[in-house]
Structures are given as structure tokens and as C-alpha cells.
Write a protein that binds this ligand. Sequence first.
Ligand code: HEM
Length: 390
Amino acid sequence: MPDNLADPAFHANPHPSYAAWRRDGPIRRVRLASGTVAWLITRYDDARRALADPRFAKRASDIRHPSNAIDRALSNHMLAVDPPDHTRLRRLVSAAFTARRIEALRPRISDITHELLDKFPADAPFDLIDAFAFPLPIQVICELLGIPADDRDKFRRWSNIIVGGVAYQDKYPRAASAMVGYIQALVAARRADPGDDLLSGLIGVRDSGDSLTEDELISMVFLLLIAGHETTVNLIGNGMYLLLSQPDRWQRLCADPALIPTAIEEFLRYESPVETATYRITTEDIDFDGQTIPARSGVLIGLLSANRDGDRFPDPDAVELDRAHNPHLAFGHGIHYCLGAPLARLEAQIAFTALAASHKNLRLAVDESELTWRPGLLLRGLFTLPVTPG
Ligand code: HEM
């Protein structure tokens, strides 16, 4: 019987199950909320090896082009395809995401951060996700792409539904179609009136040759929008949860902000924002760590589990803000390694530094047991993080 990952008890705290599975059957068949059976890889060494192995591919050849136009417009992006398409698509935007280009965004990200902090209520409880962890990354990615940030509440709703999986199954078709319609209108507007943003650049590539199809253009914007905020909100949210649920930890970070870079890596490892959103399909039978995974099997590479593997990380269930050696897999590994990692790290660094400097008295406004994790096991993040300014 495959283990049921849709079980709410598993979702509330998956770590004990992951620990048992790493010990006893680290590559196993699991049943997802959709009813689909897939393989789950739970150990660090196996996860790293699978992420670098081209036989764990993104697409099998016969499902390359879904017949539904909406799905096609959402699934022709770099994270859903293999080389050579992957190489071509990634190359088109990689120059915008180099460490140097991202570092140049520092002053603007700082301004956005301080504008948000200035709006925090002075003495009433508020939700730190709503007031800060969500608007910061969405504003940044919108400005980078050249998208009006005023629309963000609209696509926050659609994107939550789209990444929420079966929890929102009945709402998915409308949300997906609204999202595609929105991006198409955006592309049409920018085509008529180009600027010097990333979106205008991509439209230029599309219109000046045959190296990008219209579906690929729409999918690229979709991926950057979704990947640009659904994950970073969880890095900031999960990190603040780990700090505020142990007030000594928060006080230590506020007193010693030099810890922030290693603390961010530790948050990425300990409550990885991408839990299992690493879908692969095997191109052939693969003998892997004593198991044969048959050809054309769906495989999830468990990053959250790999990052708690005691064979890789000493004392894996302890949060060590100054952990010295931290080769976590939170941003993946191999050709699909997160394109936005420098951006996510910079946003987090500015966010934690500003919060620690200006809100030392921040406290959780509810008991830790009242916090709930968002549905689905692709991403790991809290619904809300109620805090009191102190
Ligand atoms: C890919 C995690 C932020 C853009 C990935 C992958 C992971 C990941 C695990 C690889 C998935 C796989 O192999 O199947 C994260 C985390 C983030 C974050 C934990 C924040 C804490 C961002 C940001 C962007 C971004 C801010 C900005 C646009 C991308 C893109 C890919 C990707 C475009 C696909 C790369 C490819 O297929 O070559 N991310 N990400 N991510 N991420 Fe991120």
C-alpha cells in the first residue's frame, strides 16, 4: 500500500514520517492527494543524484504538447522542459538574474521594504505574511518584469489556486484561464508600448525571430511571476516563524545581525519553501539505491526531507543560526537549479535585516499550535503569521 501523502496529519508535521522513511525505505511509492501514485525520494544523496541525472526528465515525449490551450500556455516554460528547449529558454533570461544584476536592485528592494515596514500598525496585531512576506517579493518581481503591482491581489488569488493542487481542484480551470488571459492582455499592452523591462525584452525576442513561441512567452511570464513570489514569501514567513516561536532566537538575531546570512541558509534547509515541487518522469527503468524505478514513473524529489538527512547534516532537527557548512538542496541542483536564488537571498537578507533593526519587540500573537500550513505538499508555507508589534 503506498503511503498517503494527502493525510492531514502528515501535512501538519511531515518531518517524523520523512525521518522514518529515510531510515526504512528511502525510495518509496506514495499516493498523492490527486489519487496519483508516484515515487518519492527522501535521502539527501539520492535526491542530489536524481536532480543531476537526465533520466529523471521533466517531460516524456508524448506529453510534450497538451491539447488544452490554457494548459499549453502554462506549461511551456523552462521548469517543465528538458534540453535543448530548456537550455534555449533559460539562456533568454539568465542575464537578468546574475548575482551582479541582482545586486544592483538592492537600493530599490530596500526602499520597498521600508515602505512596507512604515505601514505596520503601531500597536494592533497584524498578519506578517499579508503585510510583508507576500507584498515584498511580488512587488520586486512585478517591477523586474514590468507588471503593474496594483494587480497583485488578483494574481495572488489565481496563483494560490494554481499551486494549491487538488485542494482547489474545482477552482483551477477558472483561475488558470484568468491567469492566461491576464498575461495575454499584459503582453498585448507592452507590445503596443514597449519599455525597458524584462517583459518588453522577451516580446522583442519573440517578435524578431523564431527562438520563442507565443506559448513559451506566456509560460515564461507565468513561471517568473509564480516562482518569483510563491517561494520567497515562504522563506520570509517560515524564517520569521522559526525566530518568533523561540523568542530567544529572535533576540539573538536582533542583537547580532551578522548571523543573518547563515540564518537564511538554515531557514531554507530547516523549513524548505519547496517541499516536493520537483516533479520528474523517468525515461527508462532506473536502478537506484537498491530499487528499480520503472520507465515512465512520476517521481518527486523530497527537498524538505533531504535537507533534514542526518547522514548529511549533523544534528539535522536543530535550528542553528550559525550553521557553518550548509549544502542544502532548497534551491534544487543540476540544470534546473533555481534561477532566482540570488534574488531570493537578497530579498531575504534585506527583509530580515530591516525587521531585526526596527521591530525587536515583535511577538507571535497566537499560540504556535494555532498556525496552519497551506494545503498541498509542493510548497511549504504558513497561511498567516499573526504578530503583535510589542
Ligand atoms: C527553479 C526553489 C525563488 C525562479 C527552482 C527549483 C527550486 C526552486 C527547488 C528547481 C525545481 C526543480 O528542479 O524541479 C526556490 C526557492 C526560492 C525561489 C526555495 C525562494 C526562497 C525564486 C525566485 C525566482 C525563481 C525569486 C525569480 C524569478 C525560478 C526559475 C526556476 C526555478 C525560473 C526554473 C529554473 C530552470 O528550470 O532552469 N526554484 N526558488 N525562484 N526558480 Fe526558484
